[in-house]
Design a binder for this molecule. Structure first.
Ligand code: NI
Length: 211
């Protein structure tokens, strides 16, 4: 039997897509410090046939103190951002973009659960998260976890975060973290991500096109 040669370009394309996505994450993993790059790349790539595995089961605590898992949001799109409440500007900016995108989506936004997940659970207790998330959007949920729970979801979403000394701040430390907004489907599967600098309008349009 002869092999079908038409498969080879397809395999090549898949490999190129995987490498491109990996490169994109590499570029953005330094997080806040790369904001100056702005929209250097595309506004994310669809996993399409599910070649790229991002996301998965998690166990965290919401801002009311309730234990939650991914099953609590099944049936809804999840718009997820990882950061920390002491973040001086990047996290607030991105959360405002999320809120703006939801406003731009109007009634369609009811299908979306916006979620902020802290990478600094030592300081971001559920009480701190409750005060923080309501500044941005009444629909925004703030999730925190133990060190192990945080490491688990960060690994599954390929999120980089690290405690760093911050001599310019009154706080003991700051957090370096990657700064991507993830859109997950109602089945929990990865749909796309948005890099820093994405406008609310562009985010809303992309979300709508994927719904
Ligand atoms: Ni931040």
């Amino acid at each position: 039997m002869k092999r079908n040669p038409s498969l080879f370009p397809v395999i090549g394309l898949v490999v190129v897509l995987i490498i491109a996505l990996g490169a994109a994450f590499w570029l953005w993993r330094a997080g806040d410090s790369t904001l100056a790059r702005g929209e250097a790349g595309q506004s994310g790539q669809s996993s399409g046939s599910g070649k790229v595995v991002i996301g998965g089961p998690f166990s965290l605590t919401d801002q009311t103190g309730k234990q939650v898992t991914q099953a609590d949001y099944a049936g809804k799109y999840m718009l997820i951002y990882f950061g920390f409440t002491f973040c001086p500007d990047v996290c607030p900016t991105e959360l405002q973009v999320m809120s703006g995108a939801l406003s731009a989506l109007g009634e369609e936004a009811a299908k979306i659960q916006p979620i902020f997940i802290t990478v600094d659970p030592d300081r971001d207790t559920p009480e701190v998260m409750a005060r923080y998330v309501k500044q941005f959007d009444p629909r925004l949920i703030g999730l925190s976890g133990t060190a192990a729970e945080t490491a688990n979801i960060a690994r599954k979403y390929r999120v980089y975060y690290e405690k760093v000394k911050d001599p310019d701040s009154s706080a003991d430390y700051s957090m370096d973290h990657s700064s991507l907004i993830y859109l997950m489907g109602p089945d929990g599967g990865f749909l796309t991500f948005f890099p820093p600098g994405t406008s609310p309008e562009k985010m809303a349009a992309k979300i709508k096109s994927l719904m």
